[in-house]
Ligand binder design. Structure first.
Ligand code: BGP
Length: 458
């Protein structure tokens, strides 16, 4: 049996905008998702918008009971900024009541809440003044973080500032999957820089708050796999690592933006506007732990037609279609469990063996209802196999000395996912939107229960 360390965190992750529902109700103001859906519903799969989520706002007690049923001892979700501070300044008391009751319910049932502050859900009032492009967003975020620490710091000990900031930046400013859906690398870099500073100031607020707990950030980072050892491919790998992995991981853990990244931005005319005190703030406000979301590897090769200065990341490195890859046939993403071992080693060897956990790993499946049996249960053996393969590699990493303290699946109940709506299902429980949001456990949920009971598997 592969046994995991004592008190290992087993659980799942989700976010406020993908689960709560009640999107423009109970005092919450609009986010970019609410507005975008209002303006262009046709962009959203099946025209399902942020109100079509699994209604955790009303069903959180049932959800917590279901978490307990499958042996989860921890759960990550986020607070909605636009719900807590609808205008950025004034507290929404209904939101405070809701989150306090929700978090207390988890604690009463032995589920440790890990609470994230920002999961792609920019309040509309902030977007109207430029969102992360406006330096004011940094102070606005710090105020929001401070408010959250004051309101919930007696209940929550595990905090994170951002989920996958790189995804939010590239989807909003390069690849058009998030609002404002523009293509502009210079703006993307500025947005990234302000996001980093917002994270840093939130960590500072956390230290000032005196909360008895830890703070971290959730990143989708891993070492890139290059096509070959030829120098052009190696250079592409280096650029990809600087931009996609080190850009947030180095400042968050080591207190410094990598010199190579600054040089890369300088060469390509992409340097962001900064303030003098930023370097010191970054240095003084490193994190206590890291969450790593891992779905698929990043494979790169030298760009076919490199442009200087670069206008898109593809001018620095291009995606490489590795011929030997194994594909998840239900979502199209590559399955490569070995990367979890490589991530574990990267954290140990390059990031001072800081405590970290797998904050998302998962297998999306389109049309998953086709795997239902007569009782209505989804027999997702493919997901069990996926988890086992990944846990084997994670276990190897832990045996080799990496300081990993938990494993969270994306996700607990099938959830709404941005422009994809409900296209790809990931949950331990399915949800029936046509039948009062009924949750039904999947085979993987029952398997997970055994896993957590034994703190390991055969
Ligand atoms: C991660 C995000 C999640 C979730 C997940 C699945 O990057 O943190 O919010 O969306 O990906 O993605 P999808 O639903 O697009 O398959």
């Amino acid at each position: 049996m592969l046994k995991f360390p004592k008190e290992f965190l087993w659980g799942a992750a989700a976010s406020a905008p993908q689960t709560e529902g009640h999107s423009l109700m109970n005092g919450k103001s609009a986010t970019t998702w609410d507005k975008w859906f209002e303006i262009s519903p046709e962009k959203f799969n099946d025209k399902q918008g942020p109100s079509d989520t699994s209604n955790t706002y009303e069903l959180y007690r049932e959800d917590v009971a279901n978490m307990k049923k499958i042996g989860m001892n921890s759960y990550r979700t986020s607070i909605s900024w636009a719900r807590l501070l609808p205008d950025g300044q004034h507290l929404n008391n209904e939101a405070v009541e809701f989150y306090r009751a929700y978090f207390q319910e988890m604690l009463d049932n032995g589920i440790k809440p890990i609470i994230n502050l920002f999961h792609f859900d920019m309040p509309w009032w902030l977007m109207e003044k430029g969102g992360w492009e406006n330096r004011e967003s940094v102070d606005d975020f710090a105020f929001y973080a401070k408010t959250a620490f004051e309101q919930f710091g007696d209940l929550i000990t595990e905090w994170t500032t951002f989920n996958e900031p790189m995804v939010h930046i590239e989807c909003g400013y390069l690849y058009k999957f998030h609002y404002p859906a523009v293509v502009d690398m210079k703006r993307a870099v500025q947005v990234g820089y302000h996001t980093l500073m917002a994270h840093v100031l939130a960590v500072k607020e956390f230290r000032n708050s005196g909360i008895n707990g830890r703070i971290g950030i959730i990143l989708n980072v891993l070492p890139a796999y290059g096509r070959s050892d030829e120098s052009a491919d190696l250079q592409a790998k280096k650029a990809s690592d600087l931009i996609n992995t080190q850009s947030f991981l180095d400042p968050a853990v080591l207190g410094k933006i990598p010199a190579g990244l600054i040089e890369l931005f300088r060469q390509n005319n992409l340097l962001p506007v900064t303030e003098v005190e930023d370097t010191e703030l970054i240095k003084m406000n490193t994190v206590d732990f890291i969450g790593i979301n891992y779905y698929q590897p990043r494979r790169v090769k030298a760009p076919t037609n490199p442009k200087v200065p670069a206008e898109m990341p593809e001018d620095l490195y291009e995606p490489y279609d590795w011929p030997d890859k194994k594909i998840n046939p239900y979502r199209g993403w590559e399955i490569y469990p070995r990367a979890l071992f490589d991530i574990a080693m990267m954290m140990k060897d390059k990031y001072r063996n800081i405590p970290w956990y797998v904050s998302e790993n998962g297998m999306g499946v389109a049309d998953e209802s086709r795997f239902k049996d007569d009782s209505g249960m989804i027999k997702d053996q493919y997901r069990i196999d996926f988890i086992k393969e990944h846990l084997e590699q994670l276990h190897r990493g832990i045996e080799a000395g990496s300081n990993c303290f938990g494993y969270h699946m994306w996700t607990f109940v099938d959830c709404w996912s941005w422009l994809n709506g409900y296209r790809n299902r990931y949950g331990f429980y399915s949800v029936d939107l046509d039948n009062n949001y009924q949750r039904t456990v999947k085979k993987s949920g029952l398997w997970f229960k055994e896993l957590t009971k034994n703190n390991g598997f055969e």
